[in-house]
Design a protein around this ligand. Structure first.
Ligand code: NAD
Ligand code: MG
Length: 335
């Protein structure tokens, strides 16, 4: 059985007298910093000089400084800048303050450590608390008195107390209220990339687009296609989330359920699974990581083009129109 830690297994007191530096104030950074602050932890946020987040951090009553200053003054440093800039930020502004050892370097995703982009000195603890949810939820759910679950992993245990420190941090952001699952940097990195590529982000958007295009190309109104293939998806997924697939199937009509069993597997067939296997192998042997690192080294031209093309898909235009008629949806928008 996988090991899961809860509030009773983690001691927030281990952070007493310690300074925690959160580097970056984006999706995860703002949530970690504000949750730790509300949990009574001595936290500071590290930003690049001139960052537009500077005033936001100050307004929230949290200490702010340059990445160098915060990394120098902190015992625990959590790296929450985008994965593709972590190596540079680490080498230029964090590593110089780690040489004496004794500190803890933390991540919310294992990419750079697992793929050898960041190598901390031996005397440093290297650990991970990776919330299994977007930063805005990590903040909102904490404020509601709950937590988003997280993964914990230890890459380097110089102090022999790296796990206890990581769990204390996880408790400080509220994750131990929901459960912190023990894993490794390898497992977190590979499963995270696989999940976002094949189902959560890449899989589900490709499936929705294919269904939407099929209906529109067959002459149905784009607005009906949008409701059917996009809007309703959340309602169905919510039922699965709350009570499993059977719970969802209990709610739908028998006609829908029969179509589910007989047509679904024809669309998502063994060919899909084979290609998922190929995608997994590209993650495991480092091909995906090398491709993404190279793309960043040349300034993301392909990535930017893909972002532009995808933002212009007809489903996005119809969706925008339809959602503007549902005012309550705008409250949940992350940007
Ligand atoms: P983000 O893009 O939302 O925020 C990054 C922050 O870093 C921004 O405030 C930005 O201004 C700052 N930044 C960018 N370049 C910088 C530089 N050169 N120097 C200093 N600061 C810089 O990032 P994020 O999505 O919160 O991701 C942070 C980490 O958390 C990543 O390792 C990611 O894999 C992990 N993670 C993210 C999520 C999520 O919900 N987005 C979920 C789990 C794990
Ligand atoms: Mg992920």
């Amino acid at each position: 059985m996988a090991k899961v830690y809860y509030d009773r297994d983690a001691e927030l007191e281990l952070l007493n007298g310690k300074k925690v530096g959160v580097i970056g104030f984006g999706s995860q950074g703002h949530a970690h910093a504000l949750n730790l602050h509300d949990s009574g932890v001595d936290v500071a946020v590290g930003l690049y000089p001139g960052s537009s987040s500077w005033a936001k951090v100050e307004a929230a009553g949290v200490k702010v400084g340059t990445v160098d200053d915060v990394a120098r003054d902190s015992d625990i440093i959590m790296i929450l800048v985008p994965d593709q800039v972590q190596k540079q930020v680490y080498e230029d502004h964090v590593a110089p303050h780690l040489e004496d050892g004794g500190k803890t370097l933390m991540f919310a995703h294992g990419f750079n450590v697992h793929f050898g982009q960041i190598k901390a000195p031996e005397g440093v603890d290297v650990s991970m608390i990776a919330p299994k949810g977007p930063g805005h939820l990590v903040r909102r759910v904490y404020q509601e008195g709950f937590g988003v679950p997280a993964l914990v992993a230890i890459h380097q245990d110089a102090s022999e107390s790296a796990l206890a420190t990581a769990l204390a941090y996880g408790k400080g952001i509220g994750a131990a209220r929901a459960g912190i699952l023990e894993t490794t940097f390898l497992e977190e990195t590979e499963t995270d990339l696989f999940g976002e590529q094949t189902i959560l982000c890449g899989g589900v958007t490709s499936l929705v687009k294919a269904a939407f295009e099929t209906l529109v190309e067959a002459g149905y109104q784009p607005e009906s296609a949008y409701f059917e293939t996009f809007h309703e998806l959340k309602l169905i997924v919510d039922m699965m989330y709350e009570g499993g697939m059977a719970n969802m199937r209990y709610s739908i009509s028998d006609t829908a359920e029969y179509g589910d069993y007989t047509r679904g597997p024809r669309v998502i067939d063994s060919g899909v699974k084979e290609r998922m296997g190929e995608v997994l192998r590209e993650i495991q042997d480092g091909r995906f990581a090398r491709e993404w690192i190279a793309e960043n080294q040349v300034g993301q031209p392909h990535f930017r083009a893909l972002r532009r093309i995808n933002a212009d898909h007809p489903i996005e235009h119809v969706g925008k129109e339809m959602r503007s008629m549902m005012a309550w949806l705008n409250e949940g928008k992350s940007k």
